[in-house]
Design a protein around this ligand. Structure first.
Ligand code: PLP
Ligand code: MN
Length: 368
């Protein structure tokens, strides 16, 4: 059930009902501008990942600053963006199942929605779905560039799969998907660089072998918030797919030489108990803030440590300074932005201590 917004435009931040997903608009816009500036003149495009923000509003703001389109992981996320008017989307993932493929094919009427494959069965199923809908679908081959999750082997198996796509009358070969997920949070920059150097070599070789067979890659995509600067410098990638950069969570801040973005996304929470000395309890437990990538940080209050999350309670240890008052509202920086956002129906946009806007998390819960 869609929850009512926890705030109204014009209200002071302190009156927002909690827990709430608060977007610091100055920091958020600075992050979007920073990414645009970092990519300027590189020839590499941004196709920002909407699995993070799940919002056509944020997609439009990214595209106003030069992003060429959006990535998503699920057909349902693609639908919400396409229905919201986003014209160029890549499902940077495999889609399996006739119903989902029929939805993907139907979407082509209103938006260009490409998809990835890593095996011949997926190509056959996509061809059938596109033919049934009398449309054509752009298909990228995902290669395993070192993360060992999805992706066909680079080199000849990649070429064979691309040829199969190119030979399918209702499919268009669109290039390569080469995303190294597990490199993003390698803490040392040298470790990230080594992982991406390996990915770049596999990708470069595949692009060259495809070219020898007359197949050109309109898109060579990959790169998240932790490594995009390496992919940009490679000369091989044409698009990067960062998502978290817009918000900058606590896990990314733990990388050595962290990505150059500001914390813009917070869970606003209220101190609901001060019964035990040295402890303050917040109304934001792990139903309110994702803890799969570590506990949240208490923003701007170094003496307070979020030390434990249960379903509805967040336990703060008062390590230094005055404890927060009962009823006081604190901003938490989530450990992991993507699943935290997916817990909320609304972004509450805040500037200068006041609520400026409310934006729906459009594809919240969209898993299909
Ligand atoms: N590209 C793909 C295929 C992903 O799966 C992800 C996230 O897992 C990203 C890009 C974006 O990553 P981040 O939000 O860390 O920038
Ligand atoms: Mn993530």
């Amino acid at each position: 059930m869609l929850q009512p917004p926890p705030a109204e435009p014009g209200m002071p931040e302190d009156e927002i009902d909690t827990p709430a997903l608060v977007l610091d608009l100055d920091a958020f816009e600075a992050n979007l501008d920073r990414m645009a500036a970092l990519l300027e003149g590189t020839g590499v495009r941004l196709r920002a990942h909407a699995k993070t923000h799940k919002s056509p509003v944020i997609a439009r703001l990214q595209m106003q600053r030069g992003a060429v389109g959006q990535c998503v992981q699920k057909v349902a996320e693609a639908e919400v963006l396409a229905w919201g008017g986003i014209p160029d989307i890549l499902v940077s993932n495999q889609v399996v199942g006739a119903r989902k493929l029929a939805r993907l094919a139907a979407l082509q009427r209103i938006s260009h929605v490409a998809v990835c494959v890593d095996g011949p069965e997926q190509v056959a199923a996509l061809e059938a779905a596109a033919a049934a809908a009398d449309t054509r679908i752009t298909v990228l081959v995902e290669i395993d560039c070192g993360a060992s999750r999805c992706g066909v082997e680079a080199g000849p198996p990649t070429v064979a799969l691309a040829q199969r796509i190119a030979a399918s009358p209702h499919l268009i070969f669109g290039g390569l998907q080469s995303y190294h997920g597990s490199a993003q949070h390698i803490r040392a920059p040298e470790g990230r660089a080594a992982a991406i150097a390996h990915a770049v070599e596999l990708t470069r070789r595949s692009v060259e072998q495809l070219a020898q067979q007359g197949l050109s890659c309109a898109i060579v995509g990959g790169g998240g918030t932790g490594t995009f600067r390496n992919e940009v410098a490679s000369g091989v990638y044409t698009e990067i797919q960062a998502g978290s950069y817009a918000f900058m969570d606590a896990d990314y801040a733990r990388n050595a030489e962290p990505p150059p973005f500001r914390h813009a996304l917070f869970v606003l929470s209220t101190v609901m108990s001060r019964a035990i000395p040295g402890i303050a309890v917040l109304d934001a437990g792990h139903k309110a803030v994702a803890i799969d990538s570590g506990l949240p940080l208490v923003h701007g209050r170094p003496g307070l440590r979020y030390a434990g999350a249960s379903d509805e309670h967040g336990k703060l240890l008062v390590e230094d300074g005055a404890p927060p008052a009962l009823g006081e509202k604190l901003r938490l920086v989530p450990g992991h932005c993507d699943p935290t956002i997916d817990r909320y129906d609304w972004y509450v946009g805040v500037r200068g201590g006041r609520v400026e806007c409310l934006w729906p998390v459009g594809s919240r819960g969209a898993m299909a």
